[in-house]
Design a protein around this ligand. Structure first.
Ligand code: NAI
Length: 299
């Protein structure tokens, strides 16, 4: 007799929900009673162009199954777009309980060949986009004294990947942002987490063989998103990988390191002599925020 995870009377905003992972999340939230704002500019994979088709079609699917949804074609990369999509959630449905920052684009190119416009195109959607939507959403959530925010990071950000220095920078930037939003939202019952999904979508369909892609249905990532965004879940500040049949937690941990006299700089040779000890991760610890780390150094 597990308690069903439901979102009745809750309003969920999902960016980039016109296809791929975002669409899978939108359908599952709607199935479980949420009123959904389906945001998507309907861009090509590289972020170029726009079309009202994808967002409108997902709204159609939700209405056809008896759910409630509206489409938003505002761009996450534009501060006015972020304000507008939050305003349409509140204007249409009266509140905003859940934000899933999911919109993304892809423009792989090695750093030696990367042009400023490649860097900007990727950072604008993933990182600035999360700012443009999360800031107005957080203001609404603080007034309600409730909120759940999800950030979409990536294995490319957590571990690095060839041709994705811009994408990886944005994705790791989202982890930093998530950790700070977790701290800023704490006293208002607002929780933030990050997920690194693996799913068959137009982002991955030409990168992997069919026998791998058939184990990457975006619908299989949705349960984690729904759980983390439910009122029953108390998790905040955490990072998870999910996909290909695996769900695990990722944590930034800090080694014990070495101690030195802070009143004088040591010689680099002395430091080099301690290198194995510096590298050791034995007894590594995680910290809940920056102050816990800094004050931990004195103990
Ligand atoms: P997708 O390309 O199907 O979905 C991204 C959506 O974002 C598209 O529908 C696109 O139109 C929309 N979008 C692009 N720019 C936008 C803007 N300025 N404003 C609003 N919407 C915009 O790809 P997928 O795979 O579903 O990706 C979803 C998220 O998951 C992305 O953040 C991606 O980086 C991340 N991700 C996906 C992985 C995968 O294996 N598919 C792996 C790791 C991360």
């Amino acid at each position: 007799e597990k308690k069903p995870i439901r979102f009745d009377d809750q309003v969920v905003l999902i960016t980039g929900a016109g296809g791929g992972l975002g669409r899978a999340y939108a359908l599952e939230f709607a199935r479980r009673g949420a009123k959904v704002v389906v945001n998507d500019i309907g861009a090509a994979r590289d972020g170029a162009g726009n079309s009202e088709g994808p967002a409108a079609q997902v709204v159609e699917e939700i209405l056809a199954m008896g759910g409630e949804a509206i489409a938003s074609m505002d761009s996450v990369a534009d501060p006015d777009g972020g304000e507008a999509m939050v305003a349409s959630a509140v204007g249409t449905f009266g509140r905003l309980d859940v934000l899933v920052n999911n919109a993304g684009n892809l423009k792989d190119v090695s750093l030696v060949k990367m042009q400023p416009q490649d860097w900007n195109a990727v950072l604008d959607v993933h990182l600035k986009g999360a700012f443009c939507v999360t800031a107005p959403a957080l203001r609404v959530m603080k007034n309600q004294n409730y909120g759940r925010i999800l950030f979409t990071t990536s294995a490319a950000g957590l571990y690095g990947n060839f041709g994705q220095s811009h994408y990886a920078a944005a994705k790791m930037g989202l982890v930093g942002m998530m950790q700070s939003v977790c701290i800023e939202g704490r006293k208002n019952n607002i929780q933030a987490n990050a997920i690194a999904p693996l799913a068959a979508s137009r982002m991955t369909e030409d990168l992997l063989p069919p026998e791998v892609l058939e184990n990457m249905d975006p619908a299989t990532v949705a349960p984690l998103v729904l759980w983390l965004c439910s009122s029953a879940c108390g998790e905040s500040g955490s990072i998870f990988n999910m996909g290909l049949g695996c769900l695990n937690r990722v944590q930034l941990v800090t080694g014990r390191g070495v101690r030195f006299d802070p009143k004088k700089a040591m010689a680099p040779e002395e430091l080099a002599g301690m290198w194995p000890e510096v590298l050791s991760m034995e007894g590594a610890a995680a910290y809940s925020d920056m102050n816990a780390f800094i004050f931990g150094l004195f103990s």
